[in-house]
Design a protein around this ligand. Structure first.
Ligand code: TRP
Length: 452
């Protein structure tokens, strides 16, 4: 394991490795599974517009704030806050982050498990010659089963833990940096095929033509939750990664490039999926199963689709892994640095905890489908509480911390690498994190939960 020289802690060693690992955390099921289904549920174009606005105005500033906290604090999320503001209860953000990590890992591993099943189905040529209805039926009978969804979830969590165990440099950096360009290339091919299907235009219109009558307060909250989820912000994953970034890297560039890449992949996924949804006469608002119906249909219409399907689902599972390791790393870094647990023990504890909660998520599509809280299944409840409540609240507290608690000179020092880099938009960034971001997040959040 090579050391970066940051307090002698293990860290990322190359600039490219950092971008890849951070982008690897951001790009995942959030872009390819969650983004299309949430866009579909929230009426399309108008949601997309709001989403893009949030990425730019709220997402990038929150991500940059997390990087600043992490690299300055040189600890896990909890420890970074305690170090930067000793004796004050800001470490509570770290506690919220731990809760969010378990909740997200739980439902994330359910979906990641589905992608593993779809790798096997692709190898078995199971989509061949099937109609849309048959493909829907195939997904239905798989995900409402008990054994296989649980089996794949366990496999996924074990894989995540195994990567975490091999350490920061060797694990995260190496696995992240090789494969993501392939995923993008494949998405481009699928988008082209999808766009050339008869009836594809309806999908493009749905995605890009805003219908402002669709905008309700819940659409704003969903867009905020999706933006935070997709960028991996609001719970300290980026703080943790920030603490592994060397002092000579430019944080602003990292935040901008990662956000841009993440957004492009989400839009690309939208362009691959919605034209096909409309061409096949499917319902864009059908929920979490959307891509599992639509993608196999696209592969069937693609020359060499058999191979494309295999490669695509493998890459999707890897994208999910590079994201889930960033979630598990939040918990492991906390256990190792704060509770002095060995890395191995910490990983086993964290992964078992996530699996325990995760089982309930997976079963909420089968034996526990009737168990509802506030009208939501366990899966929906965890997704909603983590993405739409904990992440925005965490993001709000994070910008307030960097905007109001950390000294301006300290933030400037971190962003300019001790005065080495010119930072042009510092005044603007400061203004956004002090005023615009906290107010905007607070209004959207409290408004939609009915407090304001
Ligand atoms: N952003 C990842 C995705 O889009 C998921 C993820 C990884 C995440 N780490 C996170 C979401 C931290 C929220 C917070 O798939």
């Amino acid at each position: 394991m090579s050391l970066s020289g940051n307090d002698g802690r293990d860290g990322f060693t190359s600039k490219f490795g950092i971008i890849c690992a951070t982008a690897g955390s951001a790009i995942g099921l959030g872009n390819i599974w969650r983004f299309p289904y949430v866009v579909g549920e929230n009426g399309g174009g108008a949601f997309l517009l709001v989403y893009l606005g949030f990425i730019l105005l709220l997402g990038i500033p929150v991500m940059l704030s997390e990087l600043v906290i992490g690299r300055r604090g040189q600890r896990n999320t909890f420890g970074s806050f305690r170090r930067l503001s000793p004796g004050k209860p800001w470490w509570f953000i770290g506690v919220m982050g731990l809760a969010a990590a378990f909740m997200i890992l739980a439902f994330y591993s359910t979906i990641a498990g589905w992608t593993l099943e779809y790798i096997v189905k692709s190898f078995a040529n199971a989509f061949k010659g099937k109609s849309s209805e048959e493909l829907a039926g195939m997904f239905q009978s798989f995900h409402t089963g008990v054994f296989w969804p649980l089996f794949w979830q366990v496999v996924f969590i074990v894989m995540t833990a195994w990567i975490i165990l091999s350490g920061v440099k060797k694990g995260i950096e190496q696995y992240s940096k090789i494969l993501m360009p392939f995923l993008v290339a494949l998405l481009v091919i699928m988008a082209i095929r999808s766009l050339s299907l008869p009836g594809a235009m309806g999908g493009l219109q749905f995605l890009f033509k805003p219908d402002f009558s669709e905008l309700t307060t819940s659409v704003f909250l969903s867009a905020l939750g999706q933006a935070f989820f997709s960028l991996s912000i609001g719970m300290g994953a980026i703080i943790t990664y920030g603490s592994y970034i060397r002092k000579e890297n430019n944080l602003t560039t990292i935040a901008a490039q990662v956000s841009l890449a993440d957004t492009l992949v989400a839009i690309l996924a939208g362009v691959a999926i919605f034209p096909a949804v409309f061409a096949f006469g499917l319902d864009p608002a059908e929920g979490p199963g959307l891509i599992f119906h639509v993608l196999p249909s696209i592969f069937q219409k693609l020359p060499g689709g058999y191979f494309f399907a295999i490669i695509f689902f493998i890459l999707l599972a890897i994208a999910a892994l590079t994201s889930s390791i960033s979630l598990l790393e939040v918990v492991v870094a906390f256990l190792v640095e704060e509770l002095r647990v060995s890395r191995k023990k910490a990983t086993i504890m964290a992964a078992s905890g996530a699996l325990f909660v995760g089982v309930f998520c997976t079963l909420s599509f089968s034996s526990l489908s009737e168990a509802k809280f506030f009208g939501k299944t366990i899966f929906d409840l965890l997704d909603f509480s983590a993405s739409n409540i904990l992440l925005p609240l965490g993001g709000l507290l994070i910008v307030v911390f960097v905007g109001w608690v950390m000294k301006s000179a300290e933030v400037k020092d971190e962003l300019s690498n001790g005065g080495l880099l010119k930072i042009r938009l510092f005044g603007f960034f400061r203004f956004v994190i002090k005023f615009i971001a906290p107010v905007a997040i607070a209004i959207i959040f409290f408004n939609s939960i009915g407090v304001l």
